[in-house]
Design a protein around this ligand. Structure first.
Ligand SMILES: Cc1cc2nc3c(=O)[nH]c(=O)nc-3n(C[C@H](O)[C@H](O)[C@H](O)COP(=O)(O)O)c2cc1C
Length: 347
């Protein structure tokens, strides 16, 4: 099980180390680490590098150097290359990269660090595999498949999102496996993500054929996550009916909880904002209605009027804030029950 490296500052050293200490794969998000909005672009780059190194060191201290500890780096970041290089310098155990096609990732990560691309179709995976093989002779260590019910940015268009069942994790699994087969990579682990909220969901995804899961939204509502307490309570008290998909400055659809900011954006009103450090390659400041970096930092800080709360669809079963360890204890019980239902092998 991989804990999603959620930006901004939700998937921090604290959450990642708690996950790793529970026996799974913790991941630190590399987005929005530039402190505040008074910085120039150059300061933002330097501060982001310093803060990422600090986060990784802190997580290593909390796990006593026992990994696996990873990072999640969005392709659309203007400081993408920096974030990859700092992660490697700090001895990270794996790199997850999505929100765009990580075609050049092996160029910056020219060491032995395992690389894990995030995809939502066999077509995207095909492009990545072909490019990595041809240009870098590199293969993925695993592949994460994000379905349409996921939190964060969605690699589906509006039409596809109206028919999520057509792109369910079952459907995507076959699509992705077919591509892996064509590249002689059937052994590469495939990890499913989207609406995995309770231990039983983990088992359901494994039954589909996946080798593991990546979990986001459930882990926002953990004691250890970086989200503000006010924000955690919003997730806990909201249901899937309170979610809506809006167009993000990243250039992809994003699922969020309805909030005062979201209401304003949906009415077409442009927010006042400066753009001192141009954090996204894909964002055109003159066209977008709000600054997503600013809105996510407000969410992290607990400013409910200005904050943007990205979420997966399945809020109905996220009803409390739990310590990370409780999730894994419950998972162990579910797995034991599941296995006890399978008749013993009789030789
Ligand atoms: C608040 C939030 C922030 C996220 N940030 C990122 C990110 O920075 N990079 C990324 O690749 N995915 C990000 N995601 C997507 C997750 O990595 C994950 O795949 C997804 O949340 C899984 O679906 P679930 O939330 O239903 O469990 C984010 C998701 C949420 C809810």
């Amino acid at each position: 099980m991989i804990q999603a490296g959620m930006g901004v500052r939700v998937g921090n050293a604290n959450l990642a180390s708690a996950t790793t200490n529970a026996g799974a794969y913790g991941a630190i998000s590399c987005v929005g680490l530039g402190d505040d909005f008074d910085r120039t672009f150059r300061e933002y780059e330097t501060v982001s590098k310093r803060n990422l190194a600090k986060e990784i060191r802190m997580a290593k201290e909390l796990t006593k150097g026992n990994g696996p500890l990873g990072v999640n780096i969005m392709v659309v970041l203007t400081n993408y290359e920096d974030m990859v290089r700092v992660s490697i310098e700090e001895g990270i155990d794996f790199i997850i990269s999505g929100a765009g096609l990580p075609l050049r990732l092996p160029e910056y990560a020219n060491e032995n660090v395992p690389l894990i691309p995030v995809v939502s179709s066999g077509r995207a995976l095909e492009l990545i595999l072909r490019t990595w093989e041809r240009r870098y002779n590199r293969k993925p260590a695993a592949v994460i498949v994000e379905g349409p019910l996921c939190g964060g940015h969605l690699a589906f268009n509006d039409e596809q999102l109206r028919e999520p069942e057509k792109y369910s994790l079952e459907v995507l699994f076959k699509d992705v496996k077919a591509v892996l087969g064509q590249h002689d990579l059937m052994h590469v682990p495939v990890i499913g993500a989207g609406a995995v909220s309770i231990p039983e969901d983990v088992l359901t995804v494994i039954e589909m054929g996946y080798n593991g899961v990546q979990i986001g939204t459930r882990f926002i509502c953990t004691t250890e996550s970086g989200m503000s307490e006010e924000g955690k309570q919003l997730y806990v008290s909201s249901s899937s009916q309170d979610t809506v998909i809006i167009s993000s400055p990243v250039g992809m659809p994003v699922r969020v909880i309805k909030s005062p900011l979201v209401e304003r954006v949906m009415s077409g009103k442009k927010e006042q904002f400066a753009c001192p450090y141009k954090c996204l390659k894909t964002c055109d400041r003159s066209k977008v209605l709000f600054c997503i970096a600013r809105a996510l930092i407000h969410a992290w800080a607990g400013n409910m009027d200005e904050g943007l709360f990205m979420t997966g669809y399945d809020l109905d079963r996220v009803n409390d804030v739990i310590p990370v360890k409780k999730f894994f204890d419950d998972l162990e019980v579910s797995a034991a029950n599941y296995h006890s239902q399978i008749p013993a092998y009789q030789g």
